[in-house]
Ligand binder design. Sequence first.
Ligand code: ATP
Ligand code: MG
Length: 279
Amino acid sequence: MPHDPPLLEAHAASVTFRGGIGRPDVHALRQVSVTLPAASIVAVVGESGSGKTTLTRLLLGLDHPGSGQIRYAGTDVAAMAPPARTAFRREVQAVFQDPFAAFNPFYRVDRALVLPARRFGLAATDRAARALAADCLAKVGLRPADTLGRFPHQLSGGQRQRLMVARAIMLRPRAIVADEPVSMVDASLRATILETLYRLCVDDGIAILYVTHDLTTAYQVADRVVVMRSGQVVEEGAAEAVIGNPSHPYTRALVAAVPPPDPLRTGWLDADAPTMGLA
Ligand SMILES: Nc1ncnc2c1ncn2[C@@H]1O[C@H](COP(=O)(O)OP(=O)(O)OP(=O)(O)O)[C@@H](O)[C@H]1O
Ligand SMILES: [Mg+2]
């Protein structure tokens, strides 16, 4: 039986930013291969400037690699014909670090949900789209009545972040690429948002690529961890192996930098920890 291709994949992808006069080129990604299998959570960790955001932009089809390929269900994203591209745009959704940048400040929040629901044919009328939006808001713990009529600046950062997750799940994606989705929210909300992403994978089979600086949460949610440094993948494997028993010196240094006492073993997914709503 032929092997199914992975859901989303970077294959030997390289990106170089030209430096301009007197400045060197930046090799943001060098031959990076990363695989996101269906219904799994893969964390991408690495220090600032290691190429994580550059990689997520490729995986979302927002930029194309200078060499190498991004493949969705085995098809080169750069070479997709319009119908496949439309499906890709719906099926692979983004959650960004700064949710404010993702919303047009001049429109009320409902527009950001109703328009894509209509555009992708998930609702036949504005009224049906609003009902669908309300369901998705409830799923991320937002009250539709308090949210839909507001402008983005009238919501808190954490509410905006959850709004972006609501919009992503409304489109019934097969994958969510989340670039530092919780680095700008406080600790309690971080747990709520990560729990939502975790449940989307476990309950709904949505694959999650979770980009973070934070090894603790990577360990808590991810099946696999990819460690990046200076535009390259330096280590990759099961979360317990990479974080529990790192083989690359850089990963060891990252693990050693996690503050004590052994926070890797405590948290919202731990059996002994407060469940924070996890049954
Ligand atoms: N549009 C651009 N033009 C020029 N250089 C860029 C551009 N975008 C990113 N870079 C450079 O590419 C490298 C990788 O950047 P990238 O944003 O992917 O890192 P990152 O791992 O996401 O970092 P952070 O954790 O701070 O978000 C950095 O050296 C960055 O300065
Ligand atoms: Mg980044």
